[in-house]
Design a protein around this ligand. Structure first.
Ligand code: GDP
Length: 480
């Protein structure tokens, strides 16, 4: 059992290589400075430019955040018909408002990270919609200020209805030729960056279009995507991004550990499960099993696929068919391996546990299987359900090796946080386990599942060496 006091292990990297600022109250958010006690030190160090950029961002957020004069000024005419106004000088504050959509936690987290990176690149402040259960999940990331969009934000009553048909949707304005060189800068624009976005919405990612957007004080974003790779393909951003992230595939890893600190309630779930079931093992394997078919549930071909992937990749040992097959006691491994299973369906871990109880493994390794929950169906915005989901994402991120499910954003967050290059289970086709069952990921970064492939970035996608098509998913791109 690990003593949760961060003082007890003086050399652990409680500030994550400078990502985190010291001085936050520790008791109200225990996870912030103690997370590193549960992880191996990350081999990826944030650049000093990233660290200084975050410190600068924190100052900006404090100056522009809710409750400040600057915030009052910026919200004054917002929502009025004659709201057109310039963001007149660099001294005025600009904002990115992240709106919670109906999608699950993984979708929300990857789009929040993307929105934050956009804010960093454009000197804006990120404010997040607090009407869903964000405050039950995460602590405040920025010191002496708040990242929560105030409930009396002037557009609050309307933002839920913003969609492609909204007159201030940027893509719609382009479609209607409502923007030309004489167009006054509006106070707010809605950016539709959900998976069903149109070619015009995707023009947000064009260098030329950023010129107009730059002057708009309020950008309201709905997204369920990890749109970071597309930001890298905007030339003027790329220069800064290379300085921020010399190791290009570390964007999510660093920014997610900077932004997200589970609340004490969630962190209790993480640490109690870890201490009771995982801490004594010699090695941890994470298995994230997401069944996308409807109805979901237990399928033999998925089970077969899990077994064949983990055994083929030597993540789990094969089973002995006869006692004599088991390596003799001198060469036999005494290793205890714990398998943490995250799935809506408890049957997968039940089966796996049974398998390793019934027969010894060929290597003699002892395999223990543990699954914290089996919620059966997704219940996004149920507080306890979401807290369990977040706890499992964090638990998965503490493992040594991880197997995730193709295109699951839940899995993206787990391996990205953990700095782990996952093995990805291919999506089953026609109710059969694919062969090969899984593939090693190109990098630990999430995939931008619906990439803007054909617009202004078409050429750059083909020629930028650190942008690749996602593993077995040609419509997506990722940083490598
Ligand atoms: P995605 O749909 O796989 O991309 O991931 P999301 O996180 O966006 O949405 C899935 C949601 O279903 C999660 O947020 C959880 O609410 C729930 N869910 C899916 N898989 C699991 C799991 O393994 N454990 C728990 N506790 N919840 C899960």
């Amino acid at each position: 059992t690990i003593n949760s006091s961060s003082e007890s292990k003086p050399h652990h990297d409680r500030l994550l290589g400078g990502l985190l600022k010291p001085g936050f109250d520790e008791d109200s958010c225990v996870s912030r400075y103690t997370q590193s006690l549960y992880r191996k030190p990350s081999p990826y160090k944030p650049s000093s430019y990233l660290v200084s950029t975050l410190r600068r961002y924190e100052k900006l957020h404090k100056r522009c955040g809710p409750g400040t004069e600057a915030y009052k000024k910026a919200t004054k005419n917002l929502g009025n018909d004659d709201e057109n106004q310039e963001r007149s000088s660099d001294k005025e504050c600009g904002y990115v408002v992240w709106v919670a959509t109906e999608y699950g936690l993984g979708n929300r987290i990857i789009s929040m990270v993307s929105s934050f990176l956009y804010a960093l690149l454009t000197n804006r402040v990120l404010l997040v919609d607090q009407r869903k259960d964000i405050t039950d999940l995460f602590c405040q990331p920025f010191p002496n200020t708040s990242w929560l969009l105030p409930l009396d934000f002037p557009l609050m009553g309307q933002i839920d209805s913003y969609y492609k048909d909204y007159s201030r949707c940027y893509g719609t304005m382009l479609k209607n030729h409502a923007i030309n060189s004489t167009t006054l800068t509006p106070s707010h624009l809605y950016l539709h960056l959900l998976h069903d976005y149109r070619d015009e919405d995707k023009m947000f990612y064009c260098e030329a279009n950023q010129g107009f957007i730059k002057n708009v004080p309020w950008l309201v974003v709905k997204s369920n995507l990890y749109f970071v790779p597309s930001l890298w393909l905007i030339p003027s951003f790329q220069t800064k991004l290379i300085k921020l992230f010399p190791q290009k595939d570390t964007v999510f890893h660093h920014l997610s550990r900077y932004l997200f600190h589970p609340t004490n309630q969630v962190w209790d779930m993480v640490t109690s499960t870890y201490n009771a079931n995982l801490s004594k093992a010699d090695e941890l394997l994470g298995l994230q099993i997401r069944v996308f078919s409807t109805p979901g549930g237990y399928f033999q071909h998925v089970m077969d696929q899990i077994v064949s992937c983990t055994q083929r990749e030597k993540l789990l040992p094969e089973l002995a068919t006869t006692e004599s097959q088991v390596m003799n006691t001198t060469t036999r491994s005494k290793k205890h391996k714990a398998v943490l299973v995250a799935s809506l369906h408890a049957e997968y871990s039940d089966e796996l546990r049974k398998m390793y109880l019934e027969r010894p493994s060929l290597t003699g390794e002892v395999i223990e299987v543990y699954q914290p929950s089996g919620e059966k169906v997704q219940q996004t915005d149920e507080k306890l359900h979401d807290q369990k989901a977040l706890a499992e994402i964090y638990l998965l991120s503490l493992t040594d090796n991880i197997v995730t499910t193709e295109r699951s954003t839940f899995g993206f967050v787990a391996h990205g946080l953990g700095g782990l290059k996952p093995w990805i289970l291919y999506a089953p086709k026609n109710g059969a386990a694919p062969d090969p069952p899984c593939v090693r990921a190109l990098s630990m970064e999430p995939c931008l599942i619906r990439a803007p492939l054909h617009g202004c970035q078409a050429k750059a996608i083909k020629t930028t060496p650190f942008i690749r098509r996602c593993e077995n998913w040609n419509l997506g791109i990722k940083l490598v």
